[in-house]
Design a protein around this ligand. Structure first.
Ligand SMILES: [Zn+2]
Length: 279
């Protein structure tokens, strides 16, 4: 059995500050080791539960956060940036998927680091009219390939909102409860790691009983991307067959969820390019 883990940082326990978020920042090493410890507990429990191969996609920022030499020999790591289906690259062909360290979508009240993909340039993304979290977009992209998300561990605000709404079959493991955009309360690391292990045991057993489903969207997918600046939309709108929505948005009809994902990545990097060209 092959398992896929997509790991982000903002929904991991005790990670609360922009100083945690990027190489060179003061608390980055602490964040890397928290991520690595959580992944190690997860892959070890998956292995003990009968999984013989685990692919872990490092999904945050520059995507080189996990400490690779700590991983056991049954684990492969997807690292580096950019990737056309970013956080779920490498998930194709897995029997089951797990999302670890995930956070809520932009505009969620009292949710730590609420944003989608790149909060600096993206205000909001909609798929078929639904405001999307990274969870929703990633789960639907894997779902289109027939891969079910069986467990989501991260901010309780995301679990209570999108995960219970769109993947009610998935096991939910809260690793933090948000108090504000940059503040949360989390159990101790030993308790978080034990909760991750319990969640994995339950998810694998429910998966083997046939209780998990791939999340699928209707196609074609109506993609709407809203930027934080009109400057970004004015360059992004040169995408053929797209149309502008007001000053800040772009609409694009995608043949598949994966195409919607790839186009969102393209538009995000266009916006980043505009941003860096005027700074
Ligand atoms: Zn992240």
């Amino acid at each position: 059995m092959k398992a896929f883990i997509s790991v982000d940082m903002e929904g991991l326990p005790h990670i609360v500050s922009p100083e945690h978020m990027a190489p060179g920042r003061k608390l980055y090493d602490e964040a890397r080791s928290i991520m690595t410890e959580c992944v190690l507990a997860m892959v070890d429990q998956l292995h003990k539960s009968g999984v013989d191969r685990v692919i872990v996609a490092d999904g945050h920022g520059p995507k080189v956060n996990l400490i690779p030499e700590k991983m056991p020999n049954y684990v492969s790591i997807v690292r580096g940036n950019p990737r056309s289906i970013s956080m779920v690259a490498g998930g194709q062909g897995a029997d089951l998927a797990i999302f670890l360290g995930y956070h809520a979508k932009p505009g969620t009240p009292y949710a730590i680091f609420d944003h989608v993909i790149n909060g600096g340039v993206l205000h909001m993304v909609k798929l078929n009219g639904q405001e999307t979290s990274e969870f929703y977009m990633n789960a639907a992209t894997l779902g289109e390939q027939g891969v079910p998300v069986v467990l989501v561990a991260g901010d309780k605000a995301l679990l209570d909102d999108d995960v219970s709404k769109f993947a009610p079959w998935a096991v939910r493991v809260p690793l933090k409860e948000s108090l504000a955009h940059y503040a949360s309360i989390s159990p101790s690391m030993p308790e978080c790691l034990e909760n991750i292990r319990m969640g994995v045991r339950e998810a694998v057993s429910r998966h083997s009983e046939g209780k998990m489903e791939p999340l699928k969207l209707k196609t074609p997918v109506n993609l709407e991307v809203y930027f934080t600046s009109t400057a970004y939309a004015q360059m992004a709108c040169h995408l053929p067959d797209s149309e502008m929505l007001g000053g800040n948005g772009i609409r694009y009809r995608a043949k598949s969820t994966e195409e919607a994902y790839r186009v969102t990545q393209l538009l995000t990097f266009v916006a980043e390019g505009v941003r860096s060209s005027v700074m």
